[in-house]
Design a binder for this molecule. Structure first.
Ligand code: UTP
Length: 289
């Protein structure tokens, strides 16, 4: 059995919910405090033992490549000014891990973005991490899933329960809990209306997939929103290979939409020693008005 060494981070979407901010800049570069969202995702992958990351980018994604690249000019300026802490931070991002880039020529959907990376993955299991979901957990979310993969050797989808009124915003699974937090998936539906949703267990942007998914994706027709949906392909995969859902431990932040992005920023500021007092005071004061 292969272990999970490679991860795909798709970042080729249009980010329409953040327009016009995302007109010339990818949404993955929008910062939460002082780090772009994609850096939180890359750090989770590294902390989970991933050795190679493939970033699927589209147009306007140069900023992502530059962010993880060496910036000689910036580094030498920081060195000259004696700003060693900042220099360390900046160097950290360029020394993180081996990141490879491929371009999704057209944003045809998440399923298509994953399929675009097939040659890089080859015949081994791999992880997918979406930038829309940041997870804060004592054991990194992806690590929890990789540990589970070593037990089940089958595709695993990260899930968490959501409120009934929110099911239509997510891919939803149907399944039977076979062990603590682990579900044998019987069906998956992308963005079902509330009355047909089989459960409130929502897919949360973390996957371990076997390479069989590529055969399915190669023939996958567009689904919800006219996009080639990864959820539809996993649903087909589940007909000939077991797929499990894992309700991971940790707090998941939805940074793919504006209100979630603001809440995440507030939470992270309140969890930050240097900012907590000032921000809490500010929020308490404006709440009184
Ligand atoms: P989303 O649907 O959340 O991203 O896709 P989006 O399309 O950029 O956002 P909105 O809805 O227009 O605001 C989930 C992830 O899949 C990637 C996105 O970059 C995001 O990380 N994605 C989506 C691709 O890489 N390619 C696609 O064709 C679609």
């Amino acid at each position: 059995m292969n272990s999970v060494r490679k991860a795909i981070i798709p970042a080729a979407g249009l980010g329409t919910r953040f327009l016009p901010a995302t007109k010339a800049m990818p949404k993955e570069m929008l910062p939460i405090l002082n780090k772009p969202t994609i850096q939180y995702i890359v750090e989770e992958a590294i902390q989970s033992g991933i050795e190679d990351i493939i970033l699927v980018t589209g147009k306007n994604k140069r900023a992502i490549e530059d962010h993880f690249d060496i910036s000689f000019e910036l580094e030498s300026t920081l060195l000259d000014k004696g700003k060693f802490d900042l220099l360390k931070e900046v160097k950290k991002t360029s020394n993180m891990v081996d990141i490879h880039y491929i371009r999704q020529k057209e944003p045809l959907g998440l399923g298509h973005a994953i399929w675009s990376a097939r040659k890089f993955i080859g015949e081994e299991p791999f992880a997918v991490l979406l930038g829309d979901d940041i997870v804060q957990a004592p054991i990194p979310c992806l690590k929890q899933m990789i540990d589970l993969y070593s037990q089940y050797s089958s595709s695993i989808i990260g899930i968490q329960p959501v409120k009934d009124e929110d099911v239509s915003r997510y891919g939803i699974i149907d399944g039977n809990e076979i062990s603590n937090r682990v579900y044998a998936v019987t069906d998956l539906i992308e963005k079902p209306s509330r009355d047909i949703a089989p459960s409130n267990l929502a897919i949360m942007g973390r996957y371990i997939l076997t390479p069989s998914i590529f055969k399915v994706l190669a023939a996958q027709e567009p689904g919800a929103g006219g996009e080639i949906q990864l959820t539809d392909a996993i649903s087909k995969l589940n007909k000939f290979e077991r797929v499990y859902g894992y309700s991971f431990e940790g707090t998941r932040y939805d940074v793919g939409e504006i209100s979630g992005f603001i809440k995440t920023t507030i939470d992270m500021a309140l969890n930050n020693e240097g900012l907590r007092k000032e921000i809490l005071e500010y929020i308490t004061n404006i709440a009184k008005k």
